[in-house]
Write a protein that binds this ligand. Sequence first.
Ligand code: HEM
Length: 345
Amino acid sequence: MQANALRASKMRGYAGVIAKEVEDWIEDWSDEGEIDVVDELQALLLRTSTHCLMGTDFRNKLTEEFGSLYHDLESAVSADAILDPYAAGEAFEKRDRARAPAGNRDGGDRRAPCGGGAVGGDGQYFDMLDTFMNAEYVDGSKLPDEQIPGMVVWIMFGGFHTSSNTAAWTLVELARNEEFVGDIVSEVNAIYGGTRDLEYASLREIPLLERFVVEVLHLHPPLCTLMRQVMQEFEYKGNTIPVGDTVLISPFVSHRVPEYFPDPERFDPTRVPSDNVFAYIPFSGGARKCVGNAFALLQLKSIFCALLSRYDFEIVGEPEAIVDSMPSLILRPSDPCRVKYRRRV
Ligand code: HEM
């Protein structure tokens, strides 16, 4: 069901919605100024994610209440919660209180015949909530009302911080790796410059920008602890791994193995990809691989076409002082993380 909501053919519909959000966001920027990178991109990605996930009506009513409820849901996402999601504690109580009204609101208001989603340029846009409300199991039964908000919140968790922190790191690396920026700007201008049609541009291939994002995800994979519970005993390098154990792989560690990534800490978007499919795993792999890969890339292309065609960026303070930080389960740039922007004449 979730893969259906995020399959490549749905991207055309989401592209128009994302482009409109990005254009509205950048409209308020002046000729020069300074932003907090993480905060600014989180605010934008919250709007693009909720608009695509829950539709225009919901997005237009995006209130501080939603922001605060979502914060309470998120605050309970911790390593402790993975080990015991039903433990007592204030964060978990707040999470359960936050989820209750979300359940009523989404299941209640939107189960009826749904005209909810915005319609994109090609008339095809339906929000993801719509997809879940119409989804069927193989026996033809529908998802129960109380499970639909859970699916929406889950997709939101999967997609929001991963994408906003990747966008934040992309902006930081663009600002401190000037030598690659000129060619990317020329590429973006060739695709987006003439038409100024952000929806169209974000659906095109933009190879140099895409390679740059690949390298951002090489050094800064936002999900760096992927865990699995062992269902069947197995041997690994002479050790028996018993049923019930938790095993963990880390893209952050895999991406720093010199055998596959020579000089692994160097930021190098011209890096030749390893032919080992298990070496580069920012989206994981196998059956549980990320289903939001295309959606994430669409958002990043939209954001950076809009930004790079207009502005130059410079880190405020010492560029190398910004390092990976992991205050919760998701990797992000450390604080302070500010950039100056200046409109190109
Ligand atoms: C740069 C952005 C993103 C990165 C790096 C990323 C990374 C990942 C990774 C590593 C996993 C696997 C987790 C595991 O194996 O335990 C995953 C799963 C998932 N991601 Fe993403 N993700 C991104 C964006 C998104 C977006 C935008 C969405 C949705 C809108 C999304 C939805 C999901 C979902 C639903 C799963 C679970 C798939 C399943 O278990 O079947 N992700 N993601």
